[in-house]
Design a protein around this ligand. Sequence first.
Ligand SMILES: *Cc1c(COP(=O)(O)O)cnc(C)c1O
Length: 462
Amino acid sequence: MKSTIDLQKLYRTIRSVQQLLQNAAFSGFPISDYFLKQIIQQETQKLRNQISRNPRAENNNISSQLIENIASRLEKIFTPSLKRVINATGIILHTNLGRAPLADVAKAALLRSVENYNNLEINLDSGERGERNQHIEELLCLLTGAEAAVVVNNNAAAVLLCLNSLANRKEVPVSRGELVEIGGSYRMPDVMKASGVKMVEIGTTNKTHLKDYEKAINAKTAAILKVHTSNYRIKGFVKEISLAEIVPLAHKNNLPVIYDMGSGALVNLSKYGVKDEPLAGDVVKTDVDVVSFSGDKLLGGPQSGIIVGKKKFIERIRKNHLARALRCDKLTFAVLEATLKLYLNSEALPSQLPIISMLSLSLNQLKKRGDLIKEKINSKHLHIDMRKTSSQMGSGTLPLIEIPSMALAIQSEKYSAQKLAAKLRKNQPPIIGYIRDENYFLNLRTIREDELPFVIKALNKL
Ligand SMILES: *Cc1c(COP(=O)(O)O)cnc(C)c1O
């Protein structure tokens, strides 16, 4: 009984909503009384619940506690939720960190596209309704050698749309060795099911022969699917049928071939250590009918799914009602157009496209970055070592390829590696490194030049 009475007394010390609305601590936030009132009521209720669960705790200062809670809630609301972070993981296309940072020209194009009205779907010559894909189609055809192109929300959507457009309710053979799962719930069998096609698994995990494709083809077959197993490789006793063999077989049977090439490299990046990745231009040369790839993997552009191929199939894809649901907005078209133009002169890519700039940094340049950080650190409890390590492409692209890199391995006399990671994640801007062998690592390949002062400041603050 006694504690209930105390509780009532405690509750009475909570100020009224009317009083709280006028509190100076909240006056700086651009929020109307209507919404501020809701936040005050929610926070008051939260505090009451807390007190009733644990009435014996120190509750002398509930009034100031409440004001503090409301203020920090407001602070959180008015700080951008999606914000810059410093990628010190060494993973160049980190899906959790937004994949590819964009080129300056892409950023400028993005701003132009959002500030004003634009000709997204108007043909300025005729004044008639235009097609949004007109802004990128010519470029994609030039860069890949394809006849036509269409862009949708991402490559997952692109594969779904290709399958649904060309083979809905029909059979599509696919090799068991290619039924990939890509991070974040993209599983080829599920995508095929969602697209409305009937998947016909052929071959085995390690070997699929041309005769397996031949045997699978019947009157119900509508297309053949081939998938680039971008995030794993089977080694040893393996056989995979190349597009160059599948395409003639399919065409002999009047079937189109759909190829999900995953990353979608437009230029050869082998001089940066990115090897064995199919090039869109080479793929199109096999006479394949439709090819899809991501816009934000090796291409270094915005999240998008690019479909290129033969005109008659692209037309069918474009006319599918699903295409309307999966289409991209003006922001994506603006960014993609600007990024694709950079590929017209691939010599300029290392200086203009951030992911290629990162790939092209030499170990010596990375070491210099590391030295620069090390020299400026004055926290006595930190021990910093330069280590030779490796970087990865990320996003399921080329998992076996290790790109040589340099990293700072950090140990602290005060904090564990976990604690260091947590503290740096709370930095403004947050720094995302990784832990290995009790050390906290900052991989230097993905930290940009202009971010070094932030890293130095954060380490010195520890
Ligand atoms: C990454 C990938 C996808 C999914 O692409 P998103 O653009 O992330 O939707 C599909 N297929 C393959 C082979 C991939 O590598």
